[in-house]
Design a binder for this molecule. Structure first.
Ligand code: KG4
Length: 338
């Protein structure tokens, strides 16, 4: 008999629901939240309220697109953390209520596991998926990590950021340039027209596989400050070159540590995940590296790089196979290791 899992994601500012059948994706509905655009970042209380408005229609739409009734579901998987607590509470409470109402198992998913498992979102039963072990560069607005994925249940963080995440570096520098939030996609677009060698910014010298982006952010700020003193039109005149140079520096920082990790853990494949992996320069850099090493690069479709419930449903399906269910009393958590 077919196994249907509903996935629910509400860790930040996207309300999403998805259905998988025996691991194959049937639907993936995502409702974004425009309300944050005026604030230059996600406002937790507004995110939580918007999730409350969105969750029922989003779940109904996911079931409708999957062409199943809620009574057909075998389990409900939800993002338990990490994320914004007020946002997580909406998805968690909804998943619990629905699991109780349908008398089916509840499965908690670590959001970061979901991102690492994004390449296991199958479109067809025989879709190709990565072989374990592989390295995953997980880069989002809240995380920058190199993960060694040994199995769907066993992942190790080799390195992580000690300050800002790569997405924050994109967003904060974009904000300094007067670009709207989130700035990452704007930098990406502008970078395509700029000279990536026009400006030099700070790169950290940390041992091991850890990342740091705060020095880069400061050097970007000081460059703007000094050059604006000479020419108030500096940003306007150099937007594309600034974006291209910033993007190049962030990618170099990310790739240096990824290459180091690959040297020590020579796996057969590298994947990327998280919102920043939508960046065209980063996708190219990882593909190029893997091509040189003769290994497989797994670059998810853009819709699966950002927060989505398809990855939660798939991660939940792996746990369902092991009957690894979650207690109804389990609270969400804002911080968690992988
Ligand atoms: O994973 P995600 O959707 O959620 C959070 O962790 O919040 O990642 C969002 C981050 C933001 O910092 C955004 O600027 C960045 O992903 N991002 C990008 C691009 N698209 C999204 N950064 C660089 N280039 C892009 N094309």
């Amino acid at each position: 008999m077919a196994t249907y899992i509903l996935g629910i994601e509400s860790s930040c500012d996207d309300t999403s629901a998805a259905v998988v059948c025996d691991g194959v994706l049937l639907s993936n509905v995502i409702a974004g939240q425009k309300v944050h655009e005026n604030y230059g970042g996600v406002v937790p209380e507004l995110a939580s309220r918007a999730h409350q408005e969105n969750i029922v229609p989003v779940v109904e739409e996911a079931l409708r697109e999957a062409k199943i009734k809620k009574e057909d579901l075998n389990a409900i998987a939800f993002t338990r953390g990490p994320g914004l607590l007020g946002s997580l509470l909406v998805g968690t409470s909804f998943a619990k209520g629905m699991a109780i109402g349908l008398n089916i198992p509840l499965i908690d998913v670590n959001h970061l596991h979901g991102h690492v498992l994004a390449e296991f979102i199958k479109r067809e039963p025989d879709s190709e998926v990565p072989e374990f072990p592989f390295l995953c560069l997980l880069v989002s607005g809240g995380n920058s990590q190199i993960v060694l994925a040994k199995s769907p249940y066993d992942m190790e963080i080799l390195g992580k950021t000690i300050d800002d995440a790569a997405g924050e570096a994109f967003d904060k520098c974009a904000k300094l340039m007067g670009l709207p939030y989130p700035g990452g996609p704007h930098i990406d677009r502008l970078a395509a027209e700029g000279d990536e060698n026009a400006f030099k910014f700070h790169k950290p010298h940390l041992p091991g596989y850890d990342y740091s982006f705060s020095g880069l952010k400061t050097s970007f700020l000081y460059t703007l400050r000094d050059r604006l003193n000479e020419d108030p039109e500096f940003i306007e005149k150099n937007k594309a070159d600034l974006a291209a140079s910033l993007q190049k520096t962030i990618i170099e920082i990310l790739m240096d540590k990824l290459e180091k990790a690959y040297k020590d853990y020579p796996v057969g494949a590298i994947s990327v995940g998280g919102g920043v992996s939508a960046n065209s320069g980063m996708r190219k850099a990882v593909e190029e590296f893997c091509r040189k090493k003769g290994i497989k690069a797994w670059i998810p479709q853009r819709v699966f790089t950002t927060d989505n419930a398809a990855m939660v449903a798939v991660a939940g399906y792996f746990k369902y196979l092991k009957e690894d269910y979650c207690d109804l009393a389990s609270p969400p958590y804002s911080r968690v290791k992988i």
